[in-house]
Design a protein around this ligand. Structure first.
Ligand SMILES: [Zn+2]
Length: 163
């Protein structure tokens, strides 16, 4: 416990005040206790969405989705990414070059291999993935997401596809 506490303190100290505030779940419009999240999510979903885990590459059924529609947050159903910005990255994770406006937020994610940019739903704080600078035009960004954090809702007819 002591070591865990120390590490948490270190990580917090490297974040800007704004980023630190973003980590505080109280700042999100939709908040749930850990046990409430556990009740509504599978173990994998909880690990990815609430503990910033990563699903195994090439496991998401959303990788192959090419239909028109919107990718929503599994935690609160907010629409996050339009299908027009999805592209084939070859990484094995659903990848997008741009989110909808005011849908996601980012924070620095310090790790063993340098600081990456973490991306999460700005309504419920659920972790989605990371943003990299090697994406296609027009943004040059690659939002590398976990399919388990998402639900695809097709435009027009069709059943939602749960990632
Ligand atoms: Zn959400």
């Amino acid at each position: 416990m002591r070591r865990r506490h120390f590490l948490a303190g270190c990580a917090a100290a490297t974040l800007s005040p704004a980023a630190f505030a973003a980590q505080n779940s109280a700042s999100f419009e939709v908040t749930r206790t850990p046990s409430e999240w556990k009740e509504m999510l599978s173990d994998l979903e909880y690990e990815v969405m609430r503990e910033e885990g990563t699903e195994r590459a090439f496991t998401s059924r959303l990788n192959d989705v090419k239909a028109e529609g919107l990718f929503h947050c599994k935690g609160c159903d907010q629409a996050l990414y339009p299908s027009e910005t999805k592209f084939e990255s070859g990484t094995g994770w659903p990848s997008f070059y741009a989110p909808l406006e005011d849908a996601v937020a980012t924070k620095p994610d310090p790790g063993w291999f340098g600081t990456r940019t973490e991306v999460h739903c700005d309504r419920c704080g659920s972790h989605l993935g990371h943003v990299f600078d090697d994406g296609p035009p027009p943004t040059g960004k690659r939002h590398c997401l976990n399919g388990v954090s998402l639900v695809f809702r097709p435009a027009g007819e069709g059943e939602p596809i749960v990632g």
